[in-house]
Design a protein around this ligand. Sequence first.
Ligand SMILES: NC(=O)c1ccc[n+]([C@@H]2O[C@H](COP(=O)([O-])OP(=O)(O)OC[C@H]3O[C@@H](n4cnc5c(N)ncnc54)[C@H](O)[C@@H]3O)[C@@H](O)[C@H]2O)c1
Length: 360
Amino acid sequence: MKNIDLSFAAEQSHYKILIGEDLLKQEIFTDILKSDTVFIVSNETVAPLYLDTLKQALSDYRVHTYLLPDGEKFKTLDSWQLLLHRMISVPLRRNDTVIALGGGVIGDIAGFAAATLNRGMAIIQVPTTLLSQVDSSVGGKTAVNHPLGKNLIGAFHQPSLVVSDISTLSSLPKREFLCGISEIVKASIIADNDFFEWLGENSQSILSLENNVLADMIERACRIKANIVAMDEKEQGVRSWLNLGHTFGHAIETCAGYGGLLHGEAVSIGMCLAAKFSHEQQYLSLSDKQRILTLIEQFGLSTRIPAHLKAADLVNAMRLDKKNTSEMLTLVLPEKVGQVMIDRAVHTIEVEQFLIKEMS
Ligand SMILES: NC(=O)c1ccc[n+]([C@@H]2O[C@H](COP(=O)([O-])OP(=O)(O)OC[C@H]3O[C@@H](n4cnc5c(N)ncnc54)[C@H](O)[C@@H]3O)[C@@H](O)[C@H]2O)c1
């Protein structure tokens, strides 16, 4: 089992990320639980696969469960309210613990419920998608969506423990697995050229789910995210590096419409665009641009903007991003593999011309 210690000096908070096989079968929760009651939040897809195993490991505790329907469209204030209602009816006390068992949707909504009930309760994240193991469970961002935008209502609330059981990845659909890979490639481009190389050398073992390679990969990706978050817990500066590929990606996701593309698919296209645009702006060398495109293709990730989308619509969607104005966009761009920069003064017209060329 791998063990990452994560500390936030400013907040004086501290938690562990455990990564390994069959962790749900082990007694790893006892040290951290402060009462005899836990409340597990999961969904209708994940619960039939892993809830019994988790309950078994918690057989000495009073366990309450709440299952949400599956899907991003249920990450809403309504779901949060129903969940809180159930938690209050138990009733949960402040020293009881919430456990989120599922992907990023469950982690985000259960995290937000734990952040708000009783002015903050302990939460253990048990992420079961690759994306949530390397990204959403680390860093303490919790949220629900609003009709006017994703993740608009939320709080920073760090977990007391993260348990990433890599055995759960065996049941994950390949498309969802690749979304996690997209975020891992992103982390390597942001901060770690050696890890980027390692990903290329180990792509076949990763795609065939070799457990020891997966554990190394998840650990390295978590360390990158954890280091960035520890430098900037409340996203005042370097944490926005993690938005590499996301400004283009969000626009593609929005224009493709609900159900068109998964988030990680849009991000991998966004990273390709960021690399190409960065090379055009002479920030990124031709060879590093090529390395980025090659690694993304090697994993079979999406690289091209869907043909039915229009450059003007994409630019309009980018303008609506809260970091942007109508004339100027903020983009995170790679300067070399392992290093990114933030350009806060990218002219929208330049981006539109770039996208028109890209899509012709
Ligand atoms: N808090 C953060 O910092 C942060 C960061 C990135 C993303 N997010 C959020 O995370 C969400 C996306 O997370 P996600 O990609 O994990 O999506 P998800 O939670 O929707 O999970 C994807 C699908 O896989 C299923 N699933 C989960 N684990 C499984 C398993 N082991 N076997 C089989 N099926 C399984 C889920 O039920 C779902 O159908 C978005 O809401 C996004 O906003 C949050």
